[in-house]
Write a protein of this length. Sequence first.
Length: 439
Amino acid sequence: MAHNPSSSIESVAVVGLGKIGLTLAAVFANNGYKVFGADISKSVVSSINQGISHIKNEPGLEELVSQAHKNKALSATSVTSKAVEQSKVIIVIVPVLVDAHNNIDYQFIDLAVLDIAKGLKKGSLIIFETTLPPGDTRNRFGKKIEEVSGLKMGEDFSLAYSPERVYSNRIIDDLQSYPKIVGGLDKKSLELAKDFYTVALGCELIEVHSLETAEFSKIAECVYRDVNIALANELARFADEKNVDITEVVRASNSQPYSHIHNPGIGVGGHCIPIYPYFFINKGLTKGLTALSRKINDSMADYSLKKIEKEIGSLQDKNILILGLSYRENVKEPTKSTTLTLIEQLKKKNVNIFVNDPQFTDEEIESYGVSSLQLKDPLHAEIDVIINQAFHQEYENLDFTAFKKCKLVFDGRNKLDKEAINKLGITYFGIGNEERQYE
């Protein structure tokens, strides 16, 4: 059922129409708002203006975009200032990433903020949802908007921060079920942002003291997960030394209500966990668990390859199949995927690299300089090593009998059936459990 926004905020600009931005825009548009989306991609803009979602693997999104288009509640433009001129509320959800040296990369959001400033009108509310280092909403972007627009934050426009906290493949549900953290420049900004989200999303709100508190809270969530995964990986490596199955350890330990050990893995990928801890590290948190956890988690691919080499010797000219280009199971998202690290390292070892991922086309996989291998391809018989990197549902009942030459399966997610693999005469290694003895 659509909400009824007040006339003062009935028009909303959503700047950045990626997976999260488009979902926000579509949800707002189906809750009674007139939404003007902005994105630098002309193909994205064209698609949305035809009522077609360019995001295909997010449950419910295609229907919301189609309905919003039919209701003339959602349109898009590549001219950000135009969308901003027509709106009282501006939501900014443009990515901030890190470069190859883990320095913060502001290039896209800096350009977007300049365009926002050019179209900004008095009385507008700007809410940043992009994950940002503490202080950036106020000091980097608020001040830049003042400088370009000639308007004063807190006087001529309001400013708030409310981090996105959703998970791919369930964004629409998460927008309803996750509390929305909201911080404002001042009391008026906070109240306006709270009023907007109450109507636009209808979810629980958590009011925090400042913009910086809200910014900090999102990064802290990601750091917590990164540290916990690093702990699990450290314990898994020690379990390897002690002939202990870490999977059983985690299950047993977590039966105690204060134990929340994560599962170990071959690496950590995606837009969040491998990136956002650097928003603290690069601002001064250079020592301690945050920085150490990044090093541990980023070392897992190298650790895994060394274990494989120790078992079968040199990998030169071997045929290695990696299951999963995506950073995790059942999504189409290669950002910071451990598979990219594996590919980089295996190329240096002169390996013949094959990748299977049902989420991607052959052309998309081969754009990374590797060969795509379908699950029924006869080349299966020539594979020497299999590495499970992203455990898609298609791999749950994978038949390994076709891999006649395979010597070792390295299960980077501890999800495959070890006993079934061993019965075929194939060695099974996992993360922290390859030496487990079955009675």
